[in-house]
Design a protein around this ligand. Structure first.
Ligand SMILES: Cc1cc2nc3c(=O)[nH]c(=O)nc-3n(C[C@H](O)[C@H](O)[C@H](O)COP(=O)(O)O)c2cc1C
Length: 143
């Protein structure tokens, strides 16, 4: 699995005034009609409960300049957004500034497999810039 090159995203979520983000590579487009994306989230992650409760998440695809955010959101920070500029999307999840693209989703289906849940989300809003993406392969961030 380490051999598979992947883009790096931060999946943001929010519920009851609490916001979180987690670094993720297990993100995949499902279909264009309806526009949909799946994410795979460890049930032990804080994000899992928030996504399950709110039925929403946003995939923020990081740019090559945002490696710091990838490390930050993989470290369960106490105040996840203390030093991270963002705005709130229509699904009430944070949209992180200066990402390559974002996809605001509402959960349509959830299925469990082993330690993880697969959430299939319908894209309700999106945006993109022409910055280059951050990649991850063989345990290292690359561009
Ligand atoms: C490059 C990278 C990719 C990751 N991909 C995933 C992923 O796809 N799904 C997942 O559940 N955790 C993934 N993780 C681990 C989470 O980012 C990490 O457990 C995080 O602290 C969870 O945050 P939370 O508990 O605040 O939700 C990844 C970590 C790194 C560094």
């Amino acid at each position: 699995m380490r051999r598979m090159a992947a883009t790096v995203s931060v999946i943001t979520s929010g519920s009851g005034g609490l916001f979180n983000g987690m670094t993720a590579t297990a993100v995949c487009s499902v279909s264009a009609d309806p526009p949909s994306l799946l994410i795979v989230v460890n049930r032990a992650n804080r994000s899992h409960a928030l996504i399950e409760r709110s039925g929403a998440y946003t995939v923020n695809v990081l740019s090559a300049e945002q490696e710091r955010l990838a490390t930050h959101f993989a470290s369960t920070p106490v105040e996840p957004f203390a030093d991270v500029p963002y705005s709130l999307g229509s699904n009430h999840c944070p949209i992180i500034e200066h990402c390559t693209s974002y996809f605001a989703c509402l959960v349509e289906q959830q299925t469990g497999f082993g330690t993880h849940s697969i959430f299939i989300g319908r894209v309700v809003a999106s945006g993109s810039s022409d910055s280059l993406p951050l990649l991850h392969q063989d345990g290292k961030f690359r561009s």
